[in-house]
Design a protein around this ligand. Structure first.
Ligand SMILES: [Fe+2]
Ligand SMILES: [Fe+2]
Length: 297
């Protein structure tokens, strides 16, 4: 592995030490929200604030207001076009879920420069997770969709760190997420970085005081069988994550073993979901994805 980067073991150990330090001291500083978002978040954090008060604050900021209404009405959540006010968005999505979405969107947008496909991937997984949550008749559908959007947040932290490490860091970034699109990356992340995007994503979500259930879904999204949080929600994120890599049902028929790592295929086979159902979900994700792209991205 070291040959790939032309680097000694000591260089990698140095990098791992720096990443530990970065996680510990920089996590709350790397993604600083805009002033209006900070103001909004501090209001949302006050327990007794009413929906009306939050809505009034958001409505003062036209850009933020438009962004929230667009994402709330996007195919990710499945309310398409029915949410006409901030108050309604708060009611349907829930304050904590909306807060997590507001914090995550700019970070995913920024990540485009480092991991070009990550923002698209996150919204596709959000859409797929929502479709699966609906099929499973879950009650917390918006929360599951949001978990899909935020599930790979750890990769944005790793990317920020690696880019700051200059050429060596950029080479690793390319190796981990761009050459292979990050599909089979967990093991590689651990070998090179001494940690992985699941662990780091969980830490970022805690730093941002995400709701406990969202944090759990981030930490279990690659581990739906043995993780202690192995509920239906975790399976929705896990399956949506895998299906989001296919651009069409035909591709699923033709390239499944090539696109999905063997261990994922084995887990996927454990779930009671037929191939035709998976293909239908792939079709829906990609169809809704086009609408989402026109509307929002
Ligand atoms: Fe992941
Ligand atoms: Fe993912």
């Amino acid at each position: 592995m070291n040959n790939i980067f032309n680097s000694s073991q000591q260089n990698l150990e140095n990098l791992q030490r720096k990443l530990k330090h970065f996680e510990k001291f920089e996590l709350n500083k790397i993604f600083i929200p805009s002033e209006e978002v900070i103001k909004l978040l501090s209001t949302i954090n006050i327990e007794e604030t009413t929906f009306e008060e939050i809505a009034r604050l958001v409505e003062k900021d036209k850009n933020l207001c438009i962004r929230i209404l667009k994402i709330a009405n996007s195919p990710v959540f499945g309310f398409s076009g029915r949410i006409t006010s901030i108050e309604q968005a708060l009611l349907l999505l829930g304050v904590k879920v909306l807060r997590a979405v507001i914090l995550t969107l700019p970070v995913l947008r920024k990540s485009r420069q480092f991991i070009p496909h990550l923002e698209d991937h996150s919204f596709k997984v959000g859409t797929g997770a929502r479709i699966l949550a609906e099929i499973s008749e879950l009650k917390n559908i918006s929360e599951v969709a949001t978990a899909g959007i935020v599930h790979d947040l750890g990769k944005t932290v790793i990317a920020e760190f690696l880019v700051r490490e200059g050429e060596f860091g950029k080479k690793i970034l390319k190796y981990l997420y761009i050459d292979k699109k990050g599909k089979a990356g967990l093991q590689k992340e651990r070998e090179i970085l001494g940690t992985d995007h699941v662990e780091i994503g969980e830490k970022l979500a805690k730093t941002w005081s995400f709701p406990e259930r969202l944090i759990k879904l981030i930490s279990s999204h690659h581990n739906p069988v043995t993780s202690e949080n192995n509920g239906i929600e975790t399976k929705c994120i896990y399956i949506a994550n895998l299906l989001s890599y296919f651009n069409s049902p035909e591709e699923f028929d033709k390239r499944k073993p090539e696109i999905l790592p063997e261990e994922d295929l084995e887990i996927l086979n454990l779930f009671e979901i037929s191939s035709s159902e998976m293909k239908r979900i792939i079709e829906d994700i990609n169809k809704e994805w086009l609408t989402l792209k026109e509307l929002f991205l």
